[in-house]
Design a binder for this molecule. Sequence first.
Ligand code: SF4
Ligand code: SF4
Length: 381
Amino acid sequence: MSPADRADNGPIGFSDDPLLLLHYTAFCNASCAHCIVESGPQRKGRMSLDLAGDLIEGAGGVPHLRTVVFSGGESFIYLDDVLQLCAQARAEGLVTRIISNGYWARTPEIAARMLERLGGEAVDQLVISFGEFHRAFIPAERVRNVFLGARQASAAPFVAYSTVIAGVRDDPTIDVGGYAWPTGVLRCLADYGFAAEECVPLAAAVARGATLAPDERTAFKKAMVHERALINYEPLAFGGRASRELRDRQRLRPIEQDAGTPCSVVGRQITAVTSGRLYPCCSVWTNFPNHALGVADSATDMPAMVDDMQMDALVRFIHERGPGPLIAQLRQAGVPLAGEYSDICHMCQTLFEHVSLDDLRQAAALAFNGANRRSPDEGGP
Ligand code: SF4
Ligand code: SF4
Protein backbone atom coordinates (compact mmCIF):
# COMPACT_ATOMS: atom_id res chain seq x y z
CA MET A 1 0.00 0.00 0.00
CA SER A 2 1.34 3.42 -0.84
CA PRO A 3 1.71 6.07 1.88
CA ALA A 4 -1.20 7.98 0.29
CA ASP A 5 -3.43 4.92 0.42
CA ARG A 6 -2.38 4.32 4.00
CA ALA A 7 -3.22 7.87 5.05
CA ASP A 8 -6.63 7.45 3.47
CA ASN A 9 -7.38 4.30 5.41
CA GLY A 10 -10.99 5.13 6.24
CA PRO A 11 -12.48 8.58 6.61
CA ILE A 12 -10.91 9.30 9.99
CA GLY A 13 -8.41 6.51 10.07
CA PHE A 14 -10.57 3.62 11.28
CA SER A 15 -11.50 1.42 8.35
CA ASP A 16 -13.62 -1.73 8.33
CA ASP A 17 -10.94 -3.66 6.45
CA PRO A 18 -9.57 -6.88 7.95
CA LEU A 19 -7.03 -6.42 10.73
CA LEU A 20 -4.12 -8.33 12.19
CA LEU A 21 -4.41 -8.13 15.97
CA LEU A 22 -1.37 -8.99 18.02
CA HIS A 23 -1.79 -9.83 21.67
CA TYR A 24 1.88 -8.99 22.06
CA THR A 25 1.41 -9.53 25.78
CA ALA A 26 -1.46 -10.58 28.03
CA PHE A 27 0.36 -8.89 30.92
CA CYS A 28 -1.61 -5.93 32.26
CA ASN A 29 -1.42 -3.58 35.21
CA ALA A 30 -5.20 -3.92 35.62
CA SER A 31 -7.54 -6.89 36.12
CA CYS A 32 -10.80 -5.40 34.87
CA ALA A 33 -13.85 -7.50 35.70
CA HIS A 34 -15.10 -7.30 32.10
CA CYS A 35 -11.83 -8.43 30.49
CA ILE A 36 -12.84 -11.02 27.91
CA VAL A 37 -9.27 -12.20 27.38
CA GLU A 38 -8.47 -12.36 31.12
CA SER A 39 -5.38 -10.16 30.98
CA GLY A 40 -3.79 -9.15 34.26
CA PRO A 41 -0.63 -8.92 36.38
CA GLN A 42 -0.38 -12.72 36.59
CA ARG A 43 -0.19 -13.12 32.77
CA LYS A 44 3.54 -12.51 32.49
CA GLY A 45 5.36 -13.01 29.22
CA ARG A 46 5.14 -11.69 25.71
CA MET A 47 5.31 -12.87 22.13
CA SER A 48 8.77 -13.32 20.70
CA LEU A 49 9.82 -10.15 18.92
CA ASP A 50 10.93 -12.24 15.93
CA LEU A 51 7.56 -13.96 15.63
CA ALA A 52 5.71 -10.64 15.88
CA GLY A 53 8.01 -9.27 13.17
CA ASP A 54 7.35 -12.29 10.93
CA LEU A 55 3.60 -11.93 11.37
CA ILE A 56 3.75 -8.26 10.45
CA GLU A 57 5.92 -8.98 7.43
CA GLY A 58 3.39 -11.62 6.37
CA ALA A 59 0.47 -9.25 6.97
CA GLY A 60 2.00 -6.82 4.50
CA GLY A 61 1.39 -9.44 1.80
CA VAL A 62 -2.28 -10.08 2.58
CA PRO A 63 -4.57 -8.28 0.13
CA HIS A 64 -7.05 -5.98 1.89
CA LEU A 65 -5.33 -6.30 5.27
CA ARG A 66 -4.38 -2.73 6.03
CA THR A 67 -4.06 -2.39 9.80
CA VAL A 68 -2.04 -3.96 12.59
CA VAL A 69 -3.49 -3.54 16.08
CA PHE A 70 -1.53 -4.05 19.30
CA SER A 71 -4.05 -5.24 21.83
CA GLY A 72 -3.67 -7.53 24.81
CA GLY A 73 -2.64 -6.97 27.59
CA GLU A 74 -1.26 -3.45 28.11
CA SER A 75 0.99 -2.76 25.16
CA PHE A 76 2.66 0.28 26.74
CA ILE A 77 4.41 -2.01 29.25
CA TYR A 78 6.59 -3.09 26.28
CA LEU A 79 6.42 0.20 24.45
CA ASP A 80 9.92 0.03 22.94
CA ASP A 81 9.16 -3.36 21.36
CA VAL A 82 5.76 -2.20 20.15
CA LEU A 83 7.16 0.99 18.61
CA GLN A 84 9.82 -1.06 16.82
CA LEU A 85 7.07 -3.32 15.44
CA CYS A 86 4.97 -0.30 14.46
CA ALA A 87 7.92 1.04 12.46
CA GLN A 88 8.19 -2.31 10.70
CA ALA A 89 4.43 -2.36 10.03
CA ARG A 90 4.53 1.12 8.58
CA ALA A 91 7.41 0.08 6.31
CA GLU A 92 5.14 -2.76 5.12
CA GLY A 93 2.53 -0.12 4.22
CA LEU A 94 0.24 -0.96 7.12
CA VAL A 95 -1.66 1.37 9.44
CA THR A 96 -0.74 0.92 13.11
CA ARG A 97 -3.02 1.08 16.12
CA ILE A 98 -2.21 0.66 19.81
CA ILE A 99 -4.88 0.02 22.44
CA SER A 100 -3.97 1.18 25.95
CA ASN A 101 -5.67 1.89 29.26
CA GLY A 102 -3.83 5.22 29.48
CA TYR A 103 -2.09 4.52 32.83
CA TRP A 104 0.98 6.42 31.66
CA ALA A 105 -0.84 9.78 31.34
CA ARG A 106 0.01 11.04 34.82
CA THR A 107 -0.42 14.69 33.80
CA PRO A 108 -1.63 16.41 30.62
CA GLU A 109 1.99 17.45 29.95
CA ILE A 110 3.28 13.88 30.22
CA ALA A 111 0.43 12.77 27.97
CA ALA A 112 1.27 15.49 25.42
CA ARG A 113 4.92 14.40 25.33
CA MET A 114 3.93 10.75 24.90
CA LEU A 115 1.48 11.62 22.10
CA GLU A 116 4.21 13.61 20.36
CA ARG A 117 6.55 10.64 20.68
CA LEU A 118 3.92 8.26 19.26
CA GLY A 119 3.01 10.70 16.49
CA GLY A 120 6.70 11.20 15.67
CA GLU A 121 7.30 7.47 15.50
CA ALA A 122 5.06 5.12 13.56
CA VAL A 123 1.77 5.07 15.49
CA ASP A 124 -1.22 6.08 13.39
CA GLN A 125 -4.03 5.45 15.86
CA LEU A 126 -4.30 5.24 19.63
CA VAL A 127 -7.39 3.85 21.36
CA ILE A 128 -7.73 4.53 25.08
CA SER A 129 -10.01 2.07 26.85
CA PHE A 130 -11.85 3.36 29.90
CA GLY A 131 -15.04 2.96 31.91
CA GLU A 132 -16.65 1.61 35.02
CA PHE A 133 -14.58 -1.59 35.11
CA HIS A 134 -11.26 0.22 34.61
CA ARG A 135 -11.68 2.72 37.41
CA ALA A 136 -10.67 0.34 40.19
CA PHE A 137 -7.23 0.10 38.56
CA ILE A 138 -6.60 3.21 36.46
CA PRO A 139 -7.45 6.66 37.91
CA ALA A 140 -10.09 8.37 35.80
CA GLU A 141 -8.03 11.55 35.42
CA ARG A 142 -5.41 9.65 33.39
CA VAL A 143 -7.92 9.28 30.56
CA ARG A 144 -8.87 12.94 30.79
CA ASN A 145 -5.15 13.76 30.74
CA VAL A 146 -4.79 12.05 27.36
CA PHE A 147 -7.55 14.28 26.01
CA LEU A 148 -5.96 17.43 27.48
CA GLY A 149 -2.55 16.30 26.27
CA ALA A 150 -3.88 15.82 22.73
CA ARG A 151 -4.94 19.49 22.75
CA GLN A 152 -1.38 20.55 23.60
CA ALA A 153 0.57 18.07 21.50
CA SER A 154 2.23 19.38 18.35
CA ALA A 155 1.88 15.92 16.75
CA ALA A 156 -0.31 13.03 17.77
CA PRO A 157 -1.82 9.87 16.37
CA PHE A 158 -5.57 9.81 15.84
CA VAL A 159 -6.95 9.21 19.29
CA ALA A 160 -10.26 7.55 20.18
CA TYR A 161 -11.68 6.47 23.52
CA SER A 162 -13.51 3.18 23.92
CA THR A 163 -15.76 2.01 26.72
CA VAL A 164 -17.97 -0.93 27.64
CA ILE A 165 -21.35 -0.06 29.14
CA ALA A 166 -23.56 -2.70 30.77
CA GLY A 167 -27.14 -2.43 29.54
CA VAL A 168 -26.36 0.13 26.83
CA ARG A 169 -28.62 -1.65 24.34
CA ASP A 170 -31.66 -0.91 26.51
CA ASP A 171 -30.71 2.62 27.63
CA PRO A 172 -32.88 5.56 26.60
CA THR A 173 -30.94 8.18 24.63
CA ILE A 174 -30.57 11.92 25.14
CA ASP A 175 -29.75 14.32 22.34
CA VAL A 176 -26.64 16.42 23.00
CA GLY A 177 -25.21 18.54 20.20
CA GLY A 178 -27.11 16.58 17.57
CA TYR A 179 -25.92 13.17 18.80
CA ALA A 180 -28.18 10.65 20.53
CA TRP A 181 -26.20 9.42 23.54
CA PRO A 182 -27.36 6.45 25.63
CA THR A 183 -27.76 7.61 29.24
CA GLY A 184 -25.25 5.01 30.48
CA VAL A 185 -22.60 6.48 28.19
CA LEU A 186 -23.34 10.02 29.40
CA ARG A 187 -22.97 8.88 33.01
CA CYS A 188 -19.63 7.26 32.21
CA LEU A 189 -18.37 10.37 30.39
CA ALA A 190 -19.38 12.54 33.37
CA ASP A 191 -17.53 10.16 35.74
CA TYR A 192 -14.40 10.78 33.68
CA GLY A 193 -14.84 14.56 33.61
CA PHE A 194 -15.92 14.76 29.95
CA ALA A 195 -18.69 17.16 28.99
CA ALA A 196 -20.91 15.50 26.41
CA GLU A 197 -20.60 18.66 24.27
CA GLU A 198 -16.88 17.98 23.76
CA CYS A 199 -17.47 14.38 22.69
CA VAL A 200 -18.49 12.86 19.36
CA PRO A 201 -19.58 9.24 18.88
CA LEU A 202 -16.80 7.55 16.89
CA ALA A 203 -19.37 6.01 14.53
CA ALA A 204 -20.83 9.46 13.77
CA ALA A 205 -17.38 10.92 13.11
CA VAL A 206 -16.57 8.06 10.74
CA ALA A 207 -19.87 8.62 8.90
CA ARG A 208 -19.34 12.39 8.71
CA GLY A 209 -15.74 11.97 7.53
CA ALA A 210 -16.94 9.73 4.71
CA THR A 211 -18.96 12.59 3.22
CA LEU A 212 -15.99 14.99 3.00
CA ALA A 213 -13.60 15.69 0.17
CA PRO A 214 -9.99 14.57 0.89
CA ASP A 215 -8.72 18.09 1.67
CA GLU A 216 -11.65 18.81 4.03
CA ARG A 217 -11.08 15.43 5.63
CA THR A 218 -7.57 16.31 6.80
CA ALA A 219 -8.82 19.40 8.64
CA PHE A 220 -11.73 17.39 10.05
CA LYS A 221 -9.37 14.71 11.38
CA LYS A 222 -7.19 17.32 13.09
CA ALA A 223 -10.21 19.00 14.67
CA MET A 224 -11.50 15.67 15.90
CA VAL A 225 -8.21 14.85 17.64
CA HIS A 226 -7.40 18.28 19.06
CA GLU A 227 -10.85 19.53 20.01
CA ARG A 228 -13.14 16.56 20.52
CA ALA A 229 -13.04 13.19 22.19
CA LEU A 230 -14.12 10.46 19.79
CA ILE A 231 -16.09 7.95 21.84
CA ASN A 232 -16.72 4.33 20.94
CA TYR A 233 -19.08 2.39 23.20
CA GLU A 234 -20.00 -1.27 23.24
CA PRO A 235 -22.31 -3.44 25.34
CA LEU A 236 -20.87 -5.62 28.08
CA ALA A 237 -20.14 -9.00 26.55
CA PHE A 238 -20.20 -12.32 28.34
CA GLY A 239 -16.94 -14.20 28.31
CA GLY A 240 -13.59 -14.58 30.03
CA ARG A 241 -13.49 -12.87 33.41
CA ALA A 242 -16.87 -11.24 32.83
CA SER A 243 -18.55 -14.62 32.81
CA ARG A 244 -17.46 -15.12 36.43
CA GLU A 245 -17.23 -11.63 37.94
CA LEU A 246 -20.12 -9.91 36.18
CA ARG A 247 -22.63 -12.72 35.93
CA ASP A 248 -25.29 -10.70 37.72
CA ARG A 249 -24.88 -7.77 35.29
CA GLN A 250 -25.79 -9.87 32.26
CA ARG A 251 -29.37 -10.10 31.06
CA LEU A 252 -29.92 -13.52 29.60
CA ARG A 253 -32.43 -13.87 26.80
CA PRO A 254 -33.91 -16.96 25.19
CA ILE A 255 -31.66 -18.09 22.35
CA GLU A 256 -34.48 -17.57 19.84
CA GLN A 257 -34.08 -13.77 20.24
CA ASP A 258 -30.48 -13.70 18.96
CA ALA A 259 -30.41 -17.02 17.14
CA GLY A 260 -30.05 -15.44 13.72
CA THR A 261 -27.56 -12.71 14.62
CA PRO A 262 -24.40 -13.09 12.49
CA CYS A 263 -20.94 -12.04 13.65
CA SER A 264 -19.58 -9.27 11.47
CA VAL A 265 -16.00 -9.48 12.75
CA VAL A 266 -15.16 -13.18 12.64
CA GLY A 267 -12.56 -13.89 9.95
CA ARG A 268 -11.79 -10.16 9.74
CA GLN A 269 -9.90 -9.76 13.01
CA ILE A 270 -7.05 -12.21 12.52
CA THR A 271 -5.64 -12.52 16.03
CA ALA A 272 -2.30 -13.95 17.18
CA VAL A 273 -1.87 -14.50 20.92
CA THR A 274 1.47 -14.58 22.72
CA SER A 275 1.93 -18.33 22.13
CA GLY A 276 1.54 -17.81 18.37
CA ARG A 277 -1.89 -19.47 18.23
CA LEU A 278 -4.12 -17.93 15.61
CA TYR A 279 -7.82 -17.11 15.85
CA PRO A 280 -10.41 -15.54 13.57
CA CYS A 281 -11.53 -12.93 16.15
CA CYS A 282 -10.02 -11.17 19.16
CA SER A 283 -12.78 -12.11 21.58
CA VAL A 284 -13.76 -15.15 23.64
CA TRP A 285 -12.42 -17.53 20.98
CA THR A 286 -8.83 -16.67 21.98
CA ASN A 287 -9.37 -18.26 25.42
CA PHE A 288 -9.64 -21.74 23.89
CA PRO A 289 -6.24 -23.16 22.81
CA ASN A 290 -7.84 -26.33 21.43
CA HIS A 291 -10.03 -24.21 19.16
CA ALA A 292 -7.15 -22.24 17.62
CA LEU A 293 -7.24 -22.33 13.81
CA GLY A 294 -3.47 -22.54 13.48
CA VAL A 295 -0.15 -21.81 15.11
CA ALA A 296 2.17 -19.22 13.64
CA ASP A 297 5.83 -20.01 13.36
CA SER A 298 8.63 -18.04 11.82
CA ALA A 299 7.75 -19.42 8.38
CA THR A 300 4.05 -18.64 8.59
CA ASP A 301 2.59 -17.98 5.19
CA MET A 302 0.14 -15.28 6.18
CA PRO A 303 -1.77 -14.88 2.90
CA ALA A 304 -2.51 -18.64 2.79
CA MET A 305 -3.24 -18.73 6.50
CA VAL A 306 -5.74 -15.86 6.29
CA ASP A 307 -7.31 -17.45 3.23
CA ASP A 308 -7.71 -20.79 5.01
CA MET A 309 -9.18 -19.11 8.05
CA GLN A 310 -11.70 -17.17 6.03
CA MET A 311 -12.71 -20.31 4.11
CA ASP A 312 -13.10 -22.42 7.27
CA ALA A 313 -16.68 -23.76 7.43
CA LEU A 314 -17.14 -22.74 11.06
CA VAL A 315 -15.83 -19.21 10.49
CA ARG A 316 -18.04 -18.76 7.45
CA PHE A 317 -21.09 -20.09 9.20
CA ILE A 318 -20.66 -17.78 12.21
CA HIS A 319 -19.97 -14.86 9.86
CA GLU A 320 -23.09 -15.53 7.79
CA ARG A 321 -25.55 -16.81 10.36
CA GLY A 322 -24.01 -16.51 13.81
CA PRO A 323 -23.38 -19.19 16.44
CA GLY A 324 -27.08 -19.42 17.41
CA PRO A 325 -28.21 -21.96 14.77
CA LEU A 326 -25.32 -24.25 15.77
CA ILE A 327 -26.50 -24.24 19.37
CA ALA A 328 -30.08 -24.93 18.28
CA GLN A 329 -28.93 -27.81 16.06
CA LEU A 330 -26.71 -29.36 18.74
CA ARG A 331 -29.48 -29.04 21.34
CA GLN A 332 -31.80 -30.88 18.98
CA ALA A 333 -29.17 -33.60 18.66
CA GLY A 334 -29.17 -33.93 22.45
CA VAL A 335 -26.06 -31.93 23.40
CA PRO A 336 -26.91 -30.31 26.77
CA LEU A 337 -26.34 -26.62 25.93
CA ALA A 338 -28.09 -23.77 27.74
CA GLY A 339 -31.12 -22.10 26.18
CA GLU A 340 -30.42 -18.52 27.32
CA TYR A 341 -27.58 -16.18 26.38
CA SER A 342 -26.63 -12.53 26.84
CA ASP A 343 -25.02 -12.12 23.40
CA ILE A 344 -23.45 -14.07 20.56
CA CYS A 345 -19.96 -14.19 22.15
CA HIS A 346 -21.63 -15.91 25.11
CA MET A 347 -22.97 -18.48 22.62
CA CYS A 348 -19.47 -19.02 21.22
CA GLN A 349 -18.03 -19.47 24.71
CA THR A 350 -20.65 -22.14 25.45
CA LEU A 351 -19.96 -23.92 22.16
CA PHE A 352 -16.19 -23.93 22.75
CA GLU A 353 -16.62 -25.16 26.33
CA HIS A 354 -18.68 -28.17 25.27
CA VAL A 355 -17.89 -29.07 21.67
CA SER A 356 -14.57 -29.82 19.93
CA LEU A 357 -13.37 -27.79 16.95
CA ASP A 358 -13.83 -30.74 14.58
CA ASP A 359 -17.38 -31.36 15.79
CA LEU A 360 -18.20 -27.68 15.41
CA ARG A 361 -16.87 -27.65 11.87
CA GLN A 362 -18.96 -30.70 11.10
CA ALA A 363 -22.03 -29.08 12.65
CA ALA A 364 -21.45 -25.96 10.55
CA ALA A 365 -21.18 -28.00 7.34
CA LEU A 366 -24.36 -29.90 8.31
CA ALA A 367 -26.20 -26.67 9.07
CA PHE A 368 -25.24 -25.23 5.67
CA ASN A 369 -26.59 -28.39 4.03
CA GLY A 370 -29.64 -28.42 6.29
CA ALA A 371 -30.57 -25.01 4.94
CA ASN A 372 -30.65 -26.69 1.54
CA ARG A 373 -27.58 -24.89 0.34
CA ARG A 374 -24.13 -26.17 -0.16
CA SER A 375 -21.36 -24.56 1.81
CA PRO A 376 -20.66 -21.51 -0.37
CA ASP A 377 -17.37 -21.69 -2.16
CA GLU A 378 -16.79 -18.11 -3.05
CA GLY A 379 -16.44 -15.00 -0.91
CA GLY A 380 -15.86 -15.09 2.81
CA PRO A 381 -15.64 -12.75 5.76
S1 SF4 B 1 -9.73 -4.76 29.82
FE1 SF4 B 1 -7.78 -3.88 29.11
S2 SF4 B 1 -6.99 -2.76 30.86
FE2 SF4 B 1 -8.53 -4.15 31.65
S3 SF4 B 1 -7.43 -6.04 32.26
FE3 SF4 B 1 -8.12 -6.33 30.15
S4 SF4 B 1 -6.41 -5.66 28.87
FE4 SF4 B 1 -6.06 -4.81 30.95
S1 SF4 C 1 -19.48 -14.05 18.24
FE1 SF4 C 1 -17.88 -15.63 18.35
S2 SF4 C 1 -16.67 -15.32 16.51
FE2 SF4 C 1 -17.85 -13.44 16.85
S3 SF4 C 1 -16.52 -12.09 18.05
FE3 SF4 C 1 -17.76 -13.25 19.51
S4 SF4 C 1 -16.48 -15.03 20.03
FE4 SF4 C 1 -15.64 -14.15 18.15
